[in-house]
Design a protein around this ligand. Sequence first.
Ligand code: DX5
Ligand code: ZN
Length: 214
Amino acid sequence: MIKISPSILSADFANLERDIHRIESADYVHVDVMDGLFVPNISIGIPVVQCIRPVTRLPLDVHLMIDRPVRYVEQFCDAGADLVTVHVEADTEENIHAAIRAVRAKGKRPGVVIKPKTPAEAVLPFLDEVDLILVMTVEPGFGGQKFMADMMPKVSAIRRWIDQRRPECELEVDGGVDAVTCKTCIEAGANVLVAGSAVYKADDIPARIAQLRG
Ligand code: DX5
Ligand code: ZN
């Protein structure tokens, strides 16, 4: 079963509660946190996670595009994050392990993310510890970019490793996923699809969420 994680980066932040209720037929709420340092953009952070936690029954899938995420993962967990993903490029391997352990110690689900230029092998040191691996299909920082189909061999390689070593781990893609590219992602082995503009620009959001399931 394919899961959909709509990104609220494409929501209307002045009407965030309304826009979260509009995606109640999805599986997760994808929250893009940007620090203006790891990526060239600034978005939302801990107080917003805290405010949206009580307004939805959906788990919060918090994507940390921040430098040295180990500094903040516990605060995001306490604010109500259910899944917390950290970029492998954002710190040393040792500190990424520490961030994963800190999320687990809070009783939440840790994950790792790789940017388009990062090879699939970069997830291997973390594969046995995480509940989700996220492969970026755009350069992180902005919604509405073009899907990078050349990331699919990475998705397929990681799918094989997950099936061999950790079948309970989810495999997510993020960036440029729409009603056409969702099929490519599913064929490559992804089981969680993030979609921002494809969801929020749709006239009928529940129908679009259903369509993205492939
Ligand atoms: C990009 C973010 C994505 C983004 C996806 O840095 O991580 O989650 O919101 O937006 P779309 O689906 O519009 O590419
Ligand atoms: Zn994201």
